[in-house]
Design a protein around this ligand. Structure first.
Ligand SMILES: [Zn+2]
Length: 234
């Protein structure tokens, strides 16, 4: 059976990956991380999107939640509440440097755990919503890192060393935000509960990098944001 594990936060990118994977694979599992993030509310929203996705695609999704407290490391506005989330930055400011919302090696940590889960559950495909355009510049979202990490996983696991390699699939890696939304819609993605904001408020702040990139994406795609439509703010 063709099976995949999606690293799933419930944001725009991973929701797109989820709907894409449900069309591409016979069986889809997800893992959602509770890393004591500022925007923990994303976990509650992610559960609602999982319910919606199962209904829309008429397919069961086995979902797991994994807790690890990255606030013990801190060093990011997302894992240290004393650091403010930057607001209203323009494109130039976003391009200039890796922002304070970068969580030290978060994707490397998540991928390691996902690889261990995939190995245990006999899954060879690991999927994530990393992308290099219209993103916040995090180095552990770049394709050179992800290719190298795939190699490392295949060297470092029993499954990989026995000739059953893992693949890290990055369907969004070269897409702009608007193209991600269009791809999602092609796969019936419903973003009504997909939450991207860093603020952790129940409703998106509209000012953090994640909100701004999302707004720009929907605008360029010429589509209304399902979440804002649902709350009557589109
Ligand atoms: Zn926001």
């Amino acid at each position: 059976m063709n099976r995949a594990l999606v690293i799933y936060s419930g944001g725009l990118d991973s929701t797109t990956c989820l709907f894409w994977a449900l069309d591409e694979f016979d069986e889809v599992q997800t893992v959602t991380f509770d890393y004591n993030q500022r925007h923990k509310v994303e976990i509650e929203y992610s559960k609602m999107t999982l319910k919606l996705a199962q209904k829309i695609k008429k397919k069961k999704i086995e979902n797991r939640f994994f807790s690890l407290d990255l606030s013990q490391i801190g060093g990011s506005a997302l894992t240290d509440l004393s650091i403010d989330v930057p607001k209203n930055r323009n494109d130039k400011e976003m391009e200039k440097e890796i922002p304070i919302t970068y969580v030290p090696f978060r994707n490397g940590i998540f991928l390691s755990i996902a690889a261990a889960m995939a190995e245990k559950n006999d899954i060879s495909n690991i999927i994530g919503g990393w992308n290099m355009l219209d993103y916040s510049g995090y180095p552990d979202c770049r394709d050179n890192f992800l290719h190298t990490f795939e190699l490392a996983v295949n060297y470092g696991t029993k499954r990989g060393s026995e000739g059953k390699p893992f693949k890290i699939l990055t369907p969004l890696i070269k897409l702009k935000k608007s193209e991600i939304i269009i791809l999602g819609k092609k796969h019936q993605a419903d973003y009504s509960y997909s939450y991207s904001c860093y603020s952790g408020e129940k409703e998106p702040c509209g000012e953090c990098d994640a909100c701004l990139l999302r707004q720009k994406g929907f605008k360029e795609a010429g589509i209304k944001d399902d979440f804002l439509v649902r709350i009557g703010k589109a």
